[in-house]
Design a protein around this ligand. Sequence first.
Ligand code: FAD
Length: 168
Amino acid sequence: MCSDRIAQLAGIDLAKAGYLLHYCKGQYFSLNPEKGHLVHRLVYPVPEQSGVGIHITLSADGSVRLGPDTKYVDKIEYTVNENDKGDFYRAAHRYLPSIEPDDLLPDFAGVRPKLQGRGEGFRDYIIRDETDKGLPGLINLIGVESPGLTASPAIAKYVAGLTAEALN
Ligand SMILES: Cc1cc2nc3c(=O)[nH]c(=O)nc-3n(C[C@H](O)[C@H](O)[C@H](O)COP(=O)(O)OP(=O)(O)OC[C@H]3O[C@@H](n4cnc5c(N)ncnc54)[C@H](O)[C@@H]3O)c2cc1C
């Protein structure tokens, strides 16, 4: 269940509050391990409108991944479409010119919870105490997409602060 549905269960009108989530899938392809020696650090291209762009990540096991792309979807599912390999190849070829399309293998996918729909401007995620909506004690966290994982310690501290204030 997504965080907007949790807010709805508490009686919040999602459209009115601007809390409705849109699903945006991100796929990853892995790089042929034989070409792994070409990359030793993260490589980020200039960001695109709805994501940071297909970039290079290094896994703890030393493998190299390309991704994620951005595709708005109506349903949550995690298949990686091999037909999208061309887009990954074109993106990566700009900064890894010696790779071939066959060096890319479908890896995994995730789904981002975005507050902005297709073609809409960027919206930051929501962290909000809902006391003024008549819901004391409810703190909504909605649309926590990237860099939500990196920011999670800071988010936790902030929410702990909101909780402490609510209890006073
Ligand atoms: C493709 C992709 C790439 C990303 N890259 C980055 C990155 O590079 N850096 C970064 O910082 N962040 C990244 N993120 C974002 C990061 O993954 C999220 O911001 C983070 O996971 C949000 O954490 P969360 O705890 O709010 O939600 P989640 O991680 O989604 O956790 C919610 C949990 O609740 C569980 N749950 C749902 N419904 C129920 C229920 N009814 N009962 C019990 N449990 C339930 C789910 O199973 C899940 O385990 C990326 C996300 C995607 C999709």
